[in-house]
Design a protein around this ligand. Structure first.
Ligand code: NAG
Ligand code: NAG
Ligand code: NAG
Ligand code: NAG
Ligand code: NAG
Ligand code: NAG
Length: 542
């Protein structure tokens, strides 16, 4: 055998090896990568993610609060005058989230923990001070009245006497009092009444009163670690030791969705669900497009109609839907989240979740809500850029790269015939304040994440490169082989019906069977066609 006959063979074998290598990488790299990633992502006392999860200082979280200052409270009963609001703020707090009482349950692949949140006022990021005066609706009086609404008349008479002491349906307090310090209220102070109407178990009122450093406020969480399957990572299994809540009717009372910090890698979700302890229910976010944050591309999910509409339908399995019908049931979750009387779209009724106060959550400035809510008052200027609620996930790793959790708290003011304080007032959803809880992957953390994403693509690109190279080499081997044997061996054209022995690699190449032999007639010169050629198989025997 001459060396020149050997060269195509060596080339062909080499090319075939490369092709197989490329194919192997192409098939197995994603599996290997996901395996490696899962190991680091899934929560265990020793995993990388555990450190990041427990040490909240890695990713700074800011809470910005904007108040609505009610500028014309004396005009509330004047026909033709709308309540008018001026936005104050932001009052910005740095938020530290710690997980305490962390207990792993390897038997069911979950982890239990409490959340401890601490807030530090950040003067530099704020527009205003904690001593700013804000005029708002008297929430305590309103909540108490809301409670006794349907009670016997003599309660109203008794209540009327107490409300006379209060005098106004509005009050002016400092930002500090309204948030963390709390203020004493005549109604709360009358201990008797607190018992009668079962007000929140606090001695003062403030939107964040008693919440600083509290480990109880957000409830007790039991979350999947992803040890069994990475696709379960971060899913909230139980909240306050149960997988349902008492705040909504079934199936809306289900504890479901992500606890918010972990999402499975390599998923292409159209929508995601996140359980919010603040409003005691899961929220659905819809895919909104790709966006880039600190040089990392992610899928953005936003709160839209699926969460805000009062008639969203959803398919549940029979068991979840708790229905008598045989098919999986379609439930109008918009209705079961109404919890009684439905609201115009854009509002989430959190009355049950907030000690019976007539509280309703919306996007800031009633963004994406029924326009009627904005028309009843003055001062709302919704802007998607500033007031949308979005979450951005990096799709390959499932890592959260940017979140802006923005919600507004509103109180429903309702007229009452028996209570003079509330007679003749318009039925209005009153905006109180809105907040923006914002966190994003930092510039320091972005490069390692970018590297990780590149690593996941590495396998893909490498395998393509190797496959291309392998094919070229095999092709070259084929061409060399043909050039070589031209004039010496008469190759029989294979018929079109040629069957390839199973399990053998073939490729289609052009074999010019006629040029080499001069004594063929002109017709056979045209006999160029595609022949299946066995690759790397006994080339020298042909
Ligand atoms: C809020 O409005 C009241 C009048 O309704 C005013 O006295 C107060 O200064 C306003 N607060 C701020 C911070 O502008
Ligand atoms: C700061 O607050 C005032 C109202 O109190 C507002 O007019 C102003 O635009 C705010 N500035 C910024 C930068 O938000
Ligand atoms: C919350 O508690 C911490 C620690 O006691 C304290 O430093 C911080 O000022 C408090 N935050 C607020 C808003 O009161
Ligand atoms: C897992 O087990 C722990 C301990 O027994 C329990 O507290 C937790 O509720 C369980 N979680 C689920 C989803 O069953
Ligand atoms: C809100 O929820 C409460 C309690 O769950 C319910 O009584 C009320 O009818 C609901 N709707 C409105 C508009 O208040
Ligand atoms: C649902 O929302 C729409 C749009 O805001 C509103 O017109 C309708 O009255 C609401 N349905 C109920 C039952 O309140």
């Amino acid at each position: 055998m001459t060396p020149s006959r050997n060269r195509p063979l060596t080339l062909a074998i080499f090319g075939t090896l490369l092709l197989s290598l490329g194919a192997l990488i192409c098939f197995f790299w994603p599996v290997v990568f996901l395996r490696l990633l899962s190991k680091e992502l899934s929560l265990s006392p020793t995993s990388t993610s555990f450190d990041v999860w427990t040490n909240s200082t890695t990713i700074p979280l800011h809470l910005e609060i904007y108040f609505f200052n009610w500028t014309n409270p004396e005009e509330i009963r004047t026909p033709g005058k709308k309540p008018s609001f001026v936005q104050l703020g932001p009052y910005t707090f740095l938020e530290r989230r710690e997980k305490v009482n962390v207990v792993f349950h390897p038997e069911n692949d979950t982890v239990s923990f409490d959340l401890k949140r601490t807030w530090y006022f950040d003067v530099e990021r704020s527009n205003g001070t904690l001593k700013d005066n804000v005029t708002q609706l008297n929430v305590v009086a309103l909540s108490a009245v809301h409670r006794i609404r349907n009670w016997a008349f003599y309660w109203h008479t008794m209540f009327e006497l107490m409300l006379i002491k209060i005098g106004h349906i509005h009050l002016t307090k400092t930002v500090d009092e309204l948030l963390f310090t709390g203020y004493e209220d005549t109604l709360i102070n009358m201990g008797k009444i607190s018992k009668i109407v079962d007000l929140p178990p606090f001695d003062k009122f403030g939107w964040f009163y008693m919440r600083n450093e509290s480990t109880m406020f957000d409830g007790h969480f039991n979350m999947a670690t992803g040890q069994d399957s990475i696709m379960n990572i971060g899913i909230l299994r139980n909240w306050n030791y149960r997988n349902t809540t008492s705040f909504y009717d079934a199936p809306c009372n289900a504890v479901e969705g992500s606890a918010g910090e972990f999402w499975p890698p390599d998923r292409n979700f159209d929508e995601i669900t996140l359980f919010s302890a603040d409003i005691c229910r899961p929220l659905t976010y819809e895919y909104n497009g790709m966006m880039t944050y600190n040089g990392i591309e992610g899928k953005q999910y936003v709160i839209g109609d699926k969460t805000l509409s009062n008639s969203t339908k959803r398919r549940y399995t029979k068991r979840q839907a708790n229905s008598q019908s045989q098919d999986p049931d379609v439930v109008n979750v918009g209705q079961c989240f109404c919890n009684g009387e439905c609201t115009p779209s854009g509002l989430i009724n959190v009355t049950a979740c907030r000690y019976g106060a007539p509280a309703f959550v919306s996007l800031p400035h009633f963004h994406k809500a029924d326009p009627i809510l904005r028309e009843q008052i003055a001062g709302m200027n919704p802007d998607d850029e500033k007031h949308g609620f979005h979450i951005t996930l990096e799709p390959t790793t499932g890592i959260l790269i940017d979140v802006a959790a923005r919600l507004q708290v509103n109180i429903l003011l309702q007229p009452s015939d028996s209570l003079s304080l509330f007679s003749g007032v318009p039925r209005t959803y009153f905006p109180m304040f809105w907040f923006n809880e914002h966190a994003g992957i930092t510039e320091e953390l972005a490069p390692p994440l970018r590297l990780l994403i590149q690593l996941s693509k590495f396998g893909h690109y490498t395998s393509i490169a190797i496959l291309v190279l392998g094919s070229l080499i095999v092709l070259a081997a084929g061409v060399l082989h043909c050039l070589h044997k031209r004039g010496r061996v008469d190759v029989k054209p294979m018929s079109a019906g040629f069957t390839v022995p199973t399990g053998q690699k073939t490729e289609l190449i052009y074999l010019d069977t006629t040029v080499a032999t001069d004594d063929r007639d002109a017709q056979t010169r045209l006999n160029r066609q595609l022949y299946p050629k066995l690759v790397g198989d006994n080339l020298q025997d042909l």
